[in-house]
Design a protein around this ligand. Sequence first.
Ligand code: ZN
Ligand code: ZN
Length: 292
Amino acid sequence: MQLRQGRVDLHIHTTASDGSLTPAEVVRLALEQGLAAIALTDHDTVAGLPEAWAAARGTGLEVVPGVEISSDWPVGDFHILGLYVDPWDGPLGDRLASMRVARLHRARKMLDRLAALGMPLEWEEIARFCQRDCAIGRFHIALAMVHRGYVSDISEAFQRYIGRNGPAYVPRLRMTPAEVIGLIRRAGGVAVLAHPAASGVVEQIPTLASMGLQGIEVWYPDHSPEDVRALLRLARQYHLLVTGGSDFHGFGLGAGAPLGSAGVPLQALRQLQRAAELAGQPEEKSVFVMAV
Ligand SMILES: [Zn+2]
Ligand SMILES: [Zn+2]
């Protein structure tokens, strides 16, 4: 089968979390670029989906429901995508809501620490960078620090103050990878490890696979051609699905790769759809990885 490169983008953030474009704006941009399908994968929320679906109605663009959930483990920091989750699943909704509350508490604690370091910030200064249902986080604190002139750019904010070893860092309340995978799968979703090479957690893939992980994100802006080859090999070895996306966050300060830039084959989406359909059936069958 002929692969159509770059027609699919399965990792996108909107203003529902820390992206700068609304779900409807992302849909319009995807249509302008001729993408066949996109997945909204906002942090800890599925709130952007109704708006995206409304904007995409009648256009032929497929909007895959998704979410990105962070998970902490002694051996690394995992971001796990739940693709094709049921956005109306009760336990998923409850858990995401409690994670968003914890996120607010964490941001407030970090502001306390920054104030103690002589860099006071008002809550409104952070919130203005995080509109609507946005999941407030370190990125918004970093933007406010730049705006106040405490640091010259976002990376300095992370390196000196709010990064993992910084004096204003407060760890997040997170779930274990097994919990996240279970939550996603019970909500009918396919659990996919996001940017494993960029996160430096490739060697954990076999363990995660034994916990029920179903796929890995292979095509990603920060993944080198060698990373892609190694991840495809691992996917075959552990019978994992392969996905990809740009991790698009919109435009402006701190924005990353452009929408649709990850070169994800359309075939990856079809395999994923099949897995999601099987997940909805009472007897879950094994899923075979695509031959790429
Ligand atoms: Zn991520
Ligand atoms: Zn992301």
